[in-house]
Design a protein around this ligand. Structure first.
Ligand code: HEM
Length: 106
């Protein structure tokens, strides 16, 4: 099922205290610009946790499925992540958010 990118922009407000998606700028969290296809823990000039770096070195690449799992329960998907976010429970919210993030991933 296709996500609604406009609705996803509203969901992204939950992320925007820590993340930028329009540009390469890092905040409390790394930029999510061009996220899809990127190896976890590799955005330049961001001080990742050891856990996130290890996940990437172990082969974790951000695609739709991996991101969905991570957003459900970040600390379960990436052991040792320092992302202090409880996660999203609503499947439609995640689907819409993914559609929104994809617009900045070309
Ligand atoms: C890391 C997504 C909310 C702080 C990440 C990564 C993704 C992500 C995909 C890994 C990026 C990479 O490997 O380069 C999201 C989304 C959110 C959200 C979609 C909203 C639904 C938040 C919030 C905070 C936060 C609210 C701050 C309270 C961080 C931090 C990291 C991170 C500090 C680095 C984690 C580490 O190195 O272990 N986020 N995030 N995120 N995020 Fe978020």
């Amino acid at each position: 099922q296709e996500g609604d990118a406009a609705a996803g922009a509203v969901v992204f407000k939950k992320c925007a205290t820590c993340h930028v998606v329009e540009s390469d700028t890092n905040k409390v969290g790394p930029s999510l610009n061009k996220l899809f296809g990127r190896q976890a823990g590799t955005h330049p000039n961001f001080a990742y946790s050891a856990g996130m770096k290890a996940a990437g070195e172990g082969g974790l690449v951000w695609d739709e499925t991996v991101l969905r799992d991570y957003l459900h329960n970040p600390k379960a998907k990436v052991k040792g992540t320092k992302m202090a976010f409880v996660g999203l429970k609503d499947e439609k919210e995640i689907t819409d958010l993914i559609a929104y993030l994809k617009q900045y991933s070309q």
